[in-house]
Design a protein around this ligand. Sequence first.
Ligand code: SF4
Ligand code: SF4
Length: 1003
Amino acid sequence: MKLALWEAPPSWIPYPETSEYLLRIVSGKEEEEKQILRLFQSGEEVFFEGYLICQNGITWINIERILIASPDTAIGPREIIGMMSCPRKYYLEYIKNVGGNILKRPNKNITRGNLVHTILEAVACDGSLQTLSSCTFREKKDRIKKLLGEQFQGKYRMDAALHLLANTPLFDVEKDVINRLTSAFGDDELSSLFTDKTIRSEWGINQISGFSGIIDYLVDGHPVELKSAIRVSPDHILQLKVYLVTTHLEFGIDDGYLIYTTRTTASYGEEPSKIHPFTLTNDDIDQVIYARHQVLLQRNGIIFPDTLGRDCTDCRYQIESEHVLRKFWPACQYYCQTERHWNCYETDDQGCITTECPLLDGCPVRLQYFDIEKIDHFNRLRRAIMAENEEQSRLAHLLREKPKEILQACGQQVNDLRLEIVEKDNFIFRSSESIPCLDCAIGDQVIVSTIDGLRYPGTYIRSGADSVVIQFSGILHNTFFETGATYTLTRDYNENRSMRSLLKVIDFIQRGIHRPIPTYSKGKISDKKNLIPYCPEDVAVALEKQPLSALQTTHQTSVVEQCSNIISLLTRPCRVLVVFRDSVEIKNFVQTYPVKHEILVIDREHNFEEGAQVFGISEKNTPEEIAEKIELSPIIVTRKGFLQTTKFFELLHLPGRRIPFDYVIVTSAEEYHEPQLYSLRNLGTNTLLIGDAFHACPPIRSSEARNLGLGSGPFIQLVRYDTYFISDQFTVFSEPFATLPIQIASALDKTTLDVSVREYDGTVTFVQVDGIESGDENVQYFASMEIKPSDGMRYRIVLTPQNEVPLSRLDEMMDQLSLENFNHLKDGNRITIEEVPFLITGRYPLEKEPESGENAEILVEIPVRFSETLEELMYSNKTEAEVILRLIQNMDPKDRERCAVITPFISQSSLIRSLFYQNNLSDVPVLLPYQAGRISYDIVIVSFVCAGNERILRYPLTRPEVLYTILTSATEKLILVGSGDTLRQSRILGEIIDAPETKGCDK
Ligand code: SF4
Ligand code: SF4
């Protein structure tokens, strides 16, 4: 398909001129325009609106204005508005918008605006707005007070409790809200807009054109945004215009309204009004789309611009909020630290200070000493996060073209889902086939699309054998619920929530509004690891004395029990925060810990329980009761996911305490990245980390990100390496495996993994299977460029790398290629770019060289074995999967209940799951190594997917923590299935297979 843009459209084209913005991008004169142009390379997905003409067998689409790059990346109005005014603002909005929240979705802390929104929404939707507007003043006030009271005791009760604890009661907010609402309901101006109309509130934008967001109201299809401000600000207008672009694209609606609780004017001389209509113009569309493209560039590289030349007069980020619970709105000056622009003021000969920075006078950091080491450390982590994000969007890009069967197999897509039921916020979809092993962790973003192409972003909650549970924010389109509709679920790599929340945490630490970063010093190196055998009494003493203690434990022992024992031994009074991995651990802890009234569980996914027990928060509790519970409970228990999606603990201020807790205890500590543990350690005086430093964690896919510091967290470093040093600031305890088969113990013992083993017991069985691995051979990368000298034709040049090629650097490498001499790029030639040798495997003429001069379409075919990430997703082996099925079928049903299957490859996991589903064996769990967390299975069958004759042990089997997790997963019997010859490539596996204690089928 060819897209055409006419500089001067001929008379047969039904529009007189093409958007200037678009032409500017295509001409690519400015650096930014050049970069935007790269977003439209051949092979990339675009969203467009155009006029179609077929001529001589070629379909031409003439584009007038709407051409949107990467429509699969959802970008919201805040980011676009931020980008339009200042890229620093963009970054602040990008980070601020992370995650869900405790009370209400999307994330809203208690503010005047939110309460006004919630109450106005309620009365507009239930039709009582009109009657309220015609009440007497007194009646109105009473009604509003009642509605407000209901909110404080309802949705906003946790926020209200936080305010009570922080000693900032809600009196001011309350008074303000009442004033705003009495003014809003003061006449029938607002109600006239809503009466007798079809109203939808919190309307979720469908993501088809690459925009996301939630529109306050859709009144007869027209977007309406409510504001409680006292004047019409340009940002409000821009927000409405972004929404109008989406309604324009979806329903052809070009006008909407901004509504205010008081009469305001939008421009000088205008009659004040509560309702301000706006109509979308072509210029608005151009600007919004252009800003969206700038956001895409910014997301790729996140660069922080300086303040020079900015108009900061009206920017709310200019000053830091003083409010105790509002510290999350930083002054943007803190970014001068991250980018080190502190040569912001100069003293001239007369001693006068001059500056070009508009923020100098109020800048809180201008005279501060900048700790360069710290800045660089966090910048490195930021780069790691960006590298991981980039790797993931590349992955999405590489996978996009694959047929649906492959996408299904490698955990990217589930087709033909039906909506079964909506329970609370959970949408439960069911399939008539088995659900593949999805490449998703809880909380990851997915896209659910309908058959007519509408796409809605949702959050992955869980999946079963044939069902999957998703949550959506906002109200969905009516057509979404059509009976008989089928849906497709796709993994959305463009929105990487966990990485984005890491940026948020770094941001929080670096702005230094909390305590300094906790560090520890190491003394002399010792020749032996300093691990102290676990004993709860010793751990409790260490926790009380030292800033940092750690407990290396295995899945064979219960962390819940360990936590319970240690906490019972701590000297009272004390305040403890315990962060468990999931709600199962919390439940077990509540059952195990003897003194129930000491515990308070703070973990909320939906509403609180109706009649919660003494250790929980109930739907009936008032904010005062909740505040009291928090203040009086010595042990507060929460979940990792809750910490990631809310700011609850960062906002928690306990009366009379500078640091909220004496002790912080964290389980599954190996899964935390450095910034997260820093911010947790800042919540308490002393910290205890419990986990298994050798266990496989959810994968960090980019090797750059692993090398830059996301590869192993502080707990792993502490247990594996720092224990070789003598220090009086930390102690590491260790609880080794209770049982482990002798051959595994001895094979692992020799490695640097340092697994200590007390007793040897158990059996390992090895099953030899021959079969063929399946999986796509190549992944493809396209680029279009100009290479000199040209002979007037455009060519396709096919390159095959002869070595490992870092996907994240392909763009850069291809830039270098454009400097090559065209004559070198002939079939069979070899060239080297950045030390990677490439073989030219084809050069075909395509057409006459276009005016832009881009005479080469480069196709890089990367053999799959060069791409770690894809391998991990795509490898499977049918014969091996069938062997696993037979092993399970032949197992005693009693044994089957105690059994799990582990495989490191997502496709294999999906294949085995579907075989089990067809044979009614869905009860047997099929897991990836990092999912085989702390649950202990008596019998484990491992599918290595290595029955080919290549004899190459593939990633992730090359990672020691994956082998460790697999080999230590069973307490009684371990059955390894694979090709002996291939597995013997690994010294550890070889020793295990050949050990006399191993029973083997190939021997
Ligand atoms: S204060 Fe100035 S530099 Fe900072 S975000 Fe606002 S406009 Fe940008
Ligand atoms: S005065 Fe403050 S905001 Fe301005 S450049 Fe210096 S550090 Fe940054």
